[in-house]
Design a protein around this ligand. Structure first.
Ligand SMILES: *[C@@H]1O[C@H](CO)[C@@H](O)[C@H](O)[C@H]1NC(C)=O
Ligand SMILES: *[C@@H]1O[C@H](CO)[C@@H](O)[C@H](O)[C@H]1NC(C)=O
Ligand SMILES: *[C@@H]1O[C@H](CO)[C@@H](O)[C@H](O)[C@H]1NC(C)=O
Ligand SMILES: *[C@@H]1O[C@H](CO)[C@@H](O)[C@H](O)[C@H]1NC(C)=O
Length: 404
């Protein structure tokens, strides 16, 4: 349980007290007016300075809660891999119809032990061809320094895109390729060859277009958990038969190949995906779409119950780094906890006793209307290094209220 998450609830509670409306939002009405004033008459006086401070306060609190040191400032060139978007959409249980066009197999095994998924593109300036070889062999370095120390990586995969090659059926048997993935244990030097170890391999036929996933967990765990030097991975594509007519044109491991198809490189380039857990809360188990809980009508509408509260990330100007969702229904708890406490108010024996005492001595307060059940949401965002992260945040949504 992180104290940070309690903090959001405190903010929400405060704003309920400040606003007192049924449909509050992230910044209390007063703060919102101040922000509007600030935007209207830029650079004028004490009030704008105040609202600036207010906004900064909110930001700091929320960043702390998300475990970020500072507000990410994504560059214009930041790319959101469609794999991460699809993963988010499957994970958050969007409408069935829109999920049907996603061909992605949800990585159930990897996510069952992870609450954070990160994606990385390689550093193109460090790309190299390690040593003489007949087959295309390229070294890729993925900079994993943005993985925080408290995040334990349990698995990692390398995703490569390969394209179908049209060929007369007579040439069918020439279409077999082997894709080998190595970890570089010792880089090429003047005196010696590079030392590599095989991580994963697959025999494929170039008759289909699809992503191939390779297990690179041992290497990534060595670099992150064991703090061993990261000399990168080597991807090698070999042809089983000598006729090398399509040499290097099949698997997208280089920006320049195949000729004339460079434009979609940002989406089709190799992608390293890590699955890790920072010890906070539950793993990314796939959520079934939540059916709205039936709120049965009560005798007294003023009693403790759940109210709508939509938190809009654009209120704090965060829609540039939070890719999805644009906001979410957080809800809040508000209402009376009258004597005697009824069963449906989810109270405890202690709350019942406290309410009883209050009825005879009003200097002892009544029980409070508070969240008794909270659930998590997943968020897709760009971190400080333009890397795309999918993370599960616990205790973000009120599921039930009660008198405690
Ligand atoms: C990896 O990224 C970090 C943070 O951006 C940077 O400081 C570091 O120099 C990078 N390392 C390499 C090898 O590019
Ligand atoms: C492609 O070739 C493989 C390997 O022989 C075969 O198993 C598969 O059915 C073929 N797929 C298509 C779409 O032709
Ligand atoms: C009510 O409770 C307060 C606080 O415990 C106590 O000081 C006070 O004596 C109580 N009053 C009565 C009438 O029991
Ligand atoms: C009590 O909790 C249940 C489940 O957590 C919830 O469905 C219900 O709405 C809660 N009662 C109130 C008054 O919120």
């Amino acid at each position: 349980m992180i104290p940070g998450n309690r903090m959001l609830m405190v903010i929400l509670l405060c704003q309920v007290l400040l606003g007192g409306t049924n449909h509050a939002s992230l910044i209390p009405e007063t703060g919102r007016k101040k922000v509007a004033e600030l935007q209207g008459q830029a650079g004028s006086g004490r009030r704008s300075a105040q609202s600036h401070e207010l906004l900064r306060g909110f930001e700091t609190t929320l960043l702390q809660m998300f475990g970020l040191r500072r507000r990410p400032q994504p560059s214009k060139s930041a790319v959101i891999p469609s794999y991460m978007l699809d993963l988010y959409r499957l994970q958050s249980g969007e409408e069935e119809e829109s999920l049907q066009e996603i061909s992605l197999q949800y990585p159930e095994r990897s996510t069952s032990r992870a609450n954070t998924v990160r994606s990385f593109h390689h550093e193109e300036h460090l790309e190299s061809v390690p040593g003489p070889s007949e087959a295309p062999r390229i070294r890729f370095v993925f900079n994993l320094s943005s993985v925080p120390d408290n995040e334990v990586i349990s698995s990692a995969e390398l995703r490569l895109y390969r394209e179908q090659v049209e060929e007369p059926s007579a040439a069918w048997e020439r279409g077999f390729h082997r894709i080998n993935i190595y970890e570089v244990m010792k880089p090429l030097s003047e005196r010696s060859q590079a030392i590599t170890r095989l991580l994963d391999t697959r025999l494929v036929h170039h008759n289909v277009t699809r992503w191939e996933t390779f297990d690179v967990s041992p290497a990534v765990i060595r670099w992150t958990k064991d703090k061993q030097p990261n000399h990168g991975l080597v991807i090698e594509v070999t042809h089983l038969h000598q006729a090398q007519t399509h040499q290097g044109k099949h698997v997208r491991i280089s920006r320049s190949l195949p000729q004339g198809h460079g434009g979609d490189w940002a989406q089709l380039r190799p992608l390293l995906v890590t699955f890790g857990h920072d010890g906070r809360g539950h793993a990314l188990t796939r959520r079934a779409r939540r059916s709205p809980k039936h709120q049965r009508s009560r005798k007294n509408k003023k009693n403790c119950r759940r109210h709508a509260l939509y938190v809009d990330f654009s209120d704090v100007g965060w829609n540039d780094w939070i890719v999805a969702p644009p906001g979410y229904q957080a809800f809040y708890c508000h209402g009376d906890c009258p004597f005697p406490l009824a069963d449906h108010l989810n109270s405890t024996n202690h709350a019942i006793v406290q309410t009883l005492v209050n009825s005879v001595n009003s200097s002892i307060p009544k029980a409070c209307c508070v969240p008794t059940e909270l659930s998590a949401i997943s968020m897709l965002y760009l971190d400080e290094y333009d890397k795309v992260v999918l993370k599960n945040y616990q205790e973000m949504v009120v599921e039930g209220c009660g008198c405690r």
